[in-house]
Write a protein that binds this ligand. Sequence first.
Ligand code: GRF
Length: 191
Amino acid sequence: MKIGILISGRGSNMVAIVDAVNSGEIADAEVAVVISDKTDAAGLDKARDRGVETVVVERRGRPREEHDAEIISELQKRSVELVCLAGYMRLLSPSFVQAFPNKIINIHPSLLPAFPGLDAQRQAFDAGVKVTGCTVHFVDELLDHGEVILQQPVAVHEGDTVETLSARILEEEHRLYVAAVKMMASKFPSS
Ligand code: GRF
């Protein structure tokens, strides 16, 4: 199963997936490309250090469909079969979603449908919930929406700050994303 990973920043979830593929924890899979919409995404160097090809496709003020078409073409050129969004900060256009039916997945740092959108960890913290977590889900045209694949609860501790809570969620994100990709690879191509 050929995987393409889209990032916009740090890329720690991307690294978790690449490392799990390279160590054989995720079998029968290859990360064919990491694509970023930002030239300065810190994740780009981390991908290159791991021997993964990287491509930057900037938006440059173009309409979303046009930007997405270029990304779709980079993915198709490499015969990508599963697209993983990993901190990719853009909503996909309907044509992107339709180009990879049921083959685009995303990780979000809350138990969706609670706290979609930006700063999900802060939203949960401010709401005073005792349990939040992370979700891997199929991507549709709506933000942080689409069928849930896996979820992991994370307790909010007494004395937590947004930073300590986010760090604990992030550790679980890495485990959860690897588990979800592993599941997709084991079911491939029927998943
Ligand atoms: C993660 O918290 C992810 O859930 C959210 O954006 C963040 C990306 O972090 N969608 P990283 O770039 O994977 O380190």
